[in-house]
Design a protein around this ligand. Structure first.
Ligand SMILES: NC(=O)c1ccc[n+]([C@@H]2O[C@H](COP(=O)([O-])OP(=O)(O)OC[C@H]3O[C@@H](n4cnc5c(N)ncnc54)[C@H](OP(=O)(O)O)[C@@H]3O)[C@@H](O)[C@H]2O)c1
Length: 242
């Protein structure tokens, strides 16, 4: 019997995070999954794809307390996954967006590493660069640089372009992304700059079950889909295939 992988996930209520959670839970690979969240899951979780798989939800009134409240963020040799992020509009300005997207993400990852996490999987963004003159790309790129310097044994960075798919909160602007990119994707027209949240989730579950050899792996849209399809092939009953 395989030993369940200790996994911590932040951002589980969002688009990519919810698909990551569903894919990991329904994977045949056993996991001991803990989510750190400010609210209960707004959806039903799928049945575990492995009888050893367990889900623990840790609710925080304020997630900014999580790196400093003395509780462990990760188990030793665990996998720490971040799908955490916000928008300028939701955060109420770029300063607050930076506090969450960069500062909180960095503090949580640092604490996870101190607690013994072995692997970090980060949902970043296409175009991320710490030298970019664009604010969003710059903070995403800076987070990538910070995470790479933390001493994880393996760092996996996903750089999706525009994310499409159903969001529980029906975020403003999402209809535009969906109506622009989804028909092209459905017709099989390859669009390197748009990725389904579902593919991001399945890709992450695949990388958890079968960690890559690379110590640093950075992947964008086509490669994300490739890993996602690999996951679906070996987990035909997963929630990602329904
Ligand atoms: N949207 C795009 O087109 C796009 C493209 C490329 C990359 N990205 C990046 O990819 C990552 C994942 O994106 P996504 O679209 O899956 O994100 P999302 O749907 O907006 O989900 C964000 C997650 O972060 C949590 N969060 C936000 N603000 C919080 C706060 N103040 N305290 C605690 N939790 C908070 C949300 O919790 P609640 O549910 O409680 O709000 C949710 O779980 C993000 O870093 C994003 O910047 C996005």
């Amino acid at each position: 019997m395989a030993t369940p992988s200790p996994i911590t996930l932040v951002g589980a209520t969002g688009l990519t995070g919810s698909f990551t959670l569903k894919s990991i839970l329904s994977s045949s690979h056993p996991s001991n999954l803990t989510i750190l969240t400010r609210r209960s899951l707004p959806f039903q979780t799928p049945s575990p794809g492995n009888p050893q798989t367990k889900l623990t939800t840790r609710l925080y009134e304020n997630l900014f307390q999580a790196p400093k409240d003395g509780q462990k963020i990760s188990e030793s040799n665990g996998v720490y996954i971040s799908c955490l992020g916000t928008t300028r509009a939701d955060a109420g300005g770029t300063a607050n967006q930076e506090k969450l997207d960069l500062d909180l993400n960095r503090d949580l990852a640092k604490k996870a590493r101190e607690d013994g996490a072995d692997t970090m999987i980060l949902v970043s963004s296409g175009g991320a660069s710490h030298t970019s003159r664009f604010f969003y790309m710059r903070i995403k790129g800076q987070l990538e640089e910070d995470v790479k310097a933390m001493g994880f044994n393996r760092v996996i960075i996903l750089r999706p372009g525009a994310l499409i798919g159903h969001r529980a909160d029906g975020r403003k602007g999402q209809w535009f992304m969906n109506s622009l990119f989804t028909p092209l994707k459905t017709l099989g027209i390859s669009f390197n700059s748009a990725t389904y949240g579902e593919d991001v989730g399945a890709c992450i579950a695949e990388l958890v079950a079968n960690p890559p050899e690379e110590k640093l792996l950075t992947i964008s849209d086509d490669k994300i889909v490739e890993y996602a399809n690999k996951f679906r092939k070996s987990n035909p009953n997963s929630s990602s295939s329904s």
